[in-house]
Design a protein around this ligand. Structure first.
Ligand code: SF4
Length: 351
C-alpha cells in the first residue's frame, strides 16, 4: 500500500480580482459548478486507481475562493473523497474563505458536511486599506464570519497583509494588538509583495524600504500573542495547520484541480504533479531533498538531517554563518535573523 497523502483541492474562482493577486484564479461568480465538481471527482478517481485506497490525513480547499462553492458542490467532492480513499477519522478539513461569500447558514451547512477548519482572508482591520487592496468585504464582514465560526467550535485561522505603502513598524504593532483582541488560534501574516502582471505592478507604488519591512517583520512575534512556527505563520501550540506542516516537512500530497500542485510518492519514487492531470514527472531523490531543505528552513523546527538531506548541504557555509542557520538536535534551523534572509540562505546553504 502506498503511503498517506494529503489532498489539496484548488477552487479557481473569485467574485473579482484583488489588486495584488497573482494566484491562479478567474473573476467569475457564476461558474458551471456541476462541471467543476465532476472534473474534480474524475481526477480524484484517477489518483485512487493509481495509488489505491490510501489514507488521507488532511484535505485543504484553497483558491481562488472556495467559500464561493455551493453546498452541493462541496458535498459532491467530499463524498467522492470518502468513497475513493481511506479518510482519517480526525482528518483536518480546511476551507479558505472570503468573508463576503459565507454567511452563517452556509457556514453551518459546510460544517455539517465535515469541514472543521476555516481560514478567513481578513487581510486588514481597516476599511480604507481593504478598499485599496481591492477586497470586496469590510472589517465587520470579516469579524462576523470569525465569530460565527468560533461559535460553531471550528478551528479558525485568519490571513493578514502588512507592508502597505506608508505603513511602518507602528502600523504592524497596532495591527497585532487588534488581532489579539479577536482571540484567534492561528494567524498568517504576509508581507505585501508586488507581483508581475497585477494591477499594483502598474501603479508604481511607493513601498516601505527593506529596513522598515524588517522592523515590521520583527515586531510581529513581539506583539502578536501567538508563537511563530513558520516564516509567515503563528499558532497556539497544537493549532498549527497540519496540512501545510506536512508539506513543509517533505510529506506527500496530491494537488487536484487546475492550479493545484503536489508531490506524489509511489512505489518508492517521488513525482512532481499538477492538477487537471497537466503534469506527472518523476523527480530524483536529490531534487526532492533540495525541496525539503527549502521548505523545512521556512519552519521554526527546521529540516531534519537525514542522509539524503545531509548530502545536499554545504556544511562549510553553515559553520561560517551561525548567525543565520544552526545545527541542533539533528535539525538544521534558521535563526531569527536568518528568517529575514531566507532567499539568500537557500542560494548558499545548498551545495
Ligand atoms: S480573493 Fe484571493 S485568490 Fe481571489 S483575487 Fe483576491 S487574493 Fe486572489
Amino acid at each position: 500500500m502506498n503511503c498517506p497523502h494529503n489532498l489539496y483541492i484548488h477552487v479557481p474562482f473569485c467574485m473579482s480580482k484583488c489588486q495584488y493577486c497573482a494566484f491562479f484564479s478567474v473573476a467569475c461568480n457564476n461558474p458551471d459548478w456541476k462541471k467543476y465538481a465532476d472534473n474534480i471527482c474524475s481526477e480524484l478517481k484517477f489518483w485512487s486507481d493509481k495509488l489505491g485506497k490510501i489514507k488521507i490525513p488532511t484535505i485543504f480547499f484553497g483558491g481562488g475562493t472556495p467559500s464561493l462553492m455551493p453546498v452541493e458542490t462541496l458535498e459532491q467532492i467530499l463524498k467522492c473523497i470518502y468513497d475513493n480513499f481511506d479518510v482519517d477519522k480526525d482528518c483536518e478539513i480546511t476551507l479558505e474563505s472570503n468573508p463576503k461569500t459565507l454567511d452563517k447558514t452556509k457556514l453551518s451547512e459546510f460544517v455539517s458536511l465535515g469541514m472543521n477548519r476555516l481560514s478567513v482572508g481578513v487581510q486588514s482591520l481597516n476599511d480604507e486599506e481593504l478598499k485599496f487592496l481591492g477586497r470586496i468585504h469590510n472589517v465587520k464582514d470579516a469579524i462576523d464570519l470569525i465569530q460565527n465560526a468560533q461559535n460553531m467550535n471550528l478551528r479558525v485561522s485568519a490571513d493578514f497583509i502588512y507592508g502597505l505603502p506608508n505603513q511602518d513598524e507602528n502600523s504592524v504593532i497596532n495591527l497585532c494588538q487588534n488581532i489579539n483582541k479577536i482571540g484567534l488560534e492561528h494567524v498568517s501574516m504576509y508581507e505585501l509583495t508586488i507581483e508581475k502582471n497585477t494591477p499594483f505592478r502598474r501603479q508604481n507604488l511607493k513601498m516601505p524600504n527593506n529596513e522598515t519591512m524588517a522592523k515590521m517583520y520583527n515586531a510581529i512575534p513581539e506583539y502578536l500573542n501567538l508563537p511563530r512556527y513558520e516564516v509567515s505563520n503563528y499558532a497556539k501550540p497544537g493549532q498549527e495547520c497540519r496540512h501545510n506542516q506536512n508539506i513543509w516537512h517533505g510529506g506527500a500530497y496530491i494537488g487536484i484541480g487546475r492550479g493545484g500542485a503536489g508531490r506524489v510518492f509511489m512505489n518508492d519514487k517521488w513525482y512532481e504533479q499538477m492538477g487537471n492531470n497537466e503534469k506527472f514527472d518523476e523527480i530524483s531523490n536529490e531534487i526532492r531533498a533540495v525541496e525539503k531543505i527549502i521548505t523545512g528552513l521556512r519552519t521554526i523546527l527546521g529540516v531534519r538531517l537525514d542522509e539524503d538531506i545531509k548530502n545536499q548541504i554545504n556544511f562549510d557555509w553553515v559553520k561560517n554563518h551561525s548567525d543565520l542557520v544552526v545545527v541542533s538536535d539533528e535539525y538544521l534551523k534558521t535563526t531569527k535573523k536568518g528568517m529575514l534572509f531566507l532567499d539568500d540562505i537557500m542560494v548558499d546553504v545548498i551545495k
